[in-house]
Write a protein that binds this ligand. Structure first.
Ligand code: BEZ
Length: 210
């Protein structure tokens, strides 16, 4: 199978997880979703990542986003590791972790990059919209833990731009000005954005976040 790209339909799968067997689409329901892989159980960076996600779970909930993690080790290993994560990260892992021993999901989502490591997954991130299309793909190496503030920020941008004809500029954060999509005329912009807009250049128009 060729690599997944933005706009593709996220493939469905069934998997064993620490919270029981799931069907991915059923698990997501009408929510947004974030699927992310971890190279292996009982490794330091992954331990801090899963602890961080558990602490941020309420932030994903606020954004109507279901969290699903994956590691290629088995269920017993996952359960023992989660005990360690809860102890060392002072948290309570409160989302499912896929036990992908046969690498079915890892291969489906192209999470194994053989020239980096031929057995473990890299740190893949997929954000999936309620219509099951893939909206974001990011790949980090095993040696770099992810920035989950950045992932929340991107989800904020994706959700805003899904419902308004705007885009978010560099380093944008919730509440800051946004840019008006180039396809919108000034006349239409005047009707759409009641707080007005500033035309810096014909192609660069700023408006308060709708
Ligand atoms: C880690 O999670 O710490 C890790 C996993 C695989 C390779 C390097 C680091």
């Amino acid at each position: 199978m060729s690599a997944l790209r933005l706009g593709d339909k996220a493939p469905n799968f069934q998997a064993q997880t620490t919270e029981g067997n799931i069907d991915f689409y059923e698990y997501l329901g009408d929510s947004w979703g974030i699927l992310f892989s971890h190279p292996a159980d009982y490794t330091p960076v992954c331990t801090t990542e899963l602890g961080t996600v558990a602490k941020y779970k309420h932030e994903f909930d606020k954004r109507n986003t279901k969290v699903l993690a994956l590691s290629v080790d088995g269920l017993d290993s996952h359960k023992g590791w989660i005990t360690d994560i809860n102890e060392t990260q002072n948290t309570n892992v409160n989302f499912p972790l896929i036990a992908d021993e046969d690498k079915k999901v890892s291969n489906l989502y192209d999470m194994i990059h053989p020239n980096a490591n031929d057995t473990l997954t890299v740190r893949s991130v997929y954000v999936i919209a309620p219509d099951k299309t893939i909206k974001l793909i990011i790949t980090y190496p095993a040696s770099t833990g992810r920035n989950f503030d950045e992932l929340l920020r991107v989800i904020d941008s994706l959700q805003l731009t899904a419902y308004h004809k705007v885009a978010t500029p560099a380093n944008w954060k919730q509440g800051e000005d946004v840019v008006i999509s180039p396809s919108i005329s000034n006349e239409e912009a005047g009707q759409l954005f009641s707080k007005g807009f500033k035309e810096v250049k014909p192609y660069l128009r700023l408006t308060p976040q709708p």
